[in-house]
Design a protein around this ligand. Structure first.
Ligand code: G3I
Length: 305
């Protein structure tokens, strides 16, 4: 295979990219996406502020554009994200407890039913834990008003809304074993023990010199898989350039391939031109859409040529 998507498919995985609807009209952007990737994640278009900026008034325009683009080309779609403290419209934070509960459940149900049958995996809850050594939950309207049970409630609502979608918990700085990943691990273990629906854990994998690819990356993915969930690398990008960057990308791909329940990898953008890391070069294609050494490392690690 000579593309990332085709090579990953031969290994039983998908290889995706985060996509912004407003770049789909740029021919090099679209042709790179269409040629190389077989899964997409809307980078911002499915977030709460994009789809429900005022209460119970839903706008799926930009997200639909991405989903239609993907579906008409046989690409899978990851849903990102239903319940998150960021990119949350002000009206949500202003609600009292019982209104917030019904707004959360209504949001999950309406968005998931709109895309029923079109999304392979949903990030149901995103980034609910704090960084650092506490292993504690992060303060958010959901945490502060609904308490620890909000994650479980969100997953139960999500299962009812689209029983065929894989339901993921997604976070960053959980890529190696540490207090934060231990807290997520314990939550998943508890959910599996009590029959709370959860199918997958997303490891964002935003790496840079302060947060390098952990030495126990594969081991950490494996311990989650051993709980009986799939694992996915959901927002991969790695700062740097040249051989060092390529080596890090290779390690990530090799770790996923070594874990049978690691079902796919998504990089957080198509090209350095539009990376969320404004001045960075963390992706596989440079800002002129040339393949970088990291691209070749990934393709080779996937068994492609
Ligand atoms: O759409 C508005 C536009 O109307 C306005 O004029 C402009 C002015 O700033 O802002 C635009 O919104 C920006 C939006 O991206 C769309 O481009 C926001 O300011 C900007 O903050 C937002 O950044 C996104 C960020 O999430 C916000 O949290 C990034 O694109 C996106 O890559 C990033 O993705 C997150 C994942 O969802 C979760 N994990 C971490 C990851 C990286 O931060």
């Amino acid at each position: 295979a000579s593309t990332l998507g085709a090579a990953a498919a031969e290994k039983g995985r998908y290889f995706g990219a985060a996509v912004a609807a407003n770049h789909l009209g740029e021919s090099q952007y679209a042709s790179t996406l269409n040629t190389e990737f077989n899964s997409v994640t809307p980078e911002n278009e499915m977030k709460w502020d994009a789809v429900e900026s005022s209460r119970n008034s839903f706008n799926f325009g930009a997200a639909d554009q991405i989903v239609n683009h993907a579906q008409s080309r046989g690409m899978k779609v990851r849903g990102h994200t239903l319940v998150w403290h960021s990119q949350l419209p002000g009206w949500v934070s202003g609600l009292g407890t019982s209104d917030l509960r019904s707004a959360m459940n209504n949001h999950i149900t309406t968005v998931m039913q709109h895309y029923k049958g079109k999304i392979h995996s949903w990030d149901v809850v995103n980034e609910a834990y704090q960084d650092g050594n506490s292993g504690a939950r992060r303060s958010s309207p959901f945490q502060d008003k609904l308490g620890n049970g909000f994650i479980e409630e969100a997953f139960r609502t999500a299962r009812a809304a689209d029983p065929n979608a894989k339901l993921c918990y997604n976070d960053y700085n959980t890529d190696g074993q540490n207090a934060k990943s231990n807290a997520v691990y314990n939550m998943v273990k508890d959910f599996k023990a009590r029959g709370v629906p959860i199918d997958c854990v997303g490891f964002q994998s935003h790496f840079n010199s302060n947060s390098p690819v952990p030495s126990d990356y594969q081991q950490n993915l494996q311990r989650f898989a051993d709980l009986g969930v799939d694992v996915q690398i959901t927002e991969l990008d790695i700062e740097g350039s040249g051989t060092a960057q390529a080596d890090n990308y290779r390690r990530v791909v090799q770790a996923c391939l070594a874990v049978s329940r690691c079902t796919g990898i998504t990089v957080w953008g198509v090209t350095d031109k539009y990376s969320w890391r404004a001045s960075g070069t963390p992706l596989l294609f440079d800002s002129n859409y040339n393949k970088k050494p990291a691209y070749n490392a990934v393709l080779t690690a996937l068994g492609g040529t």
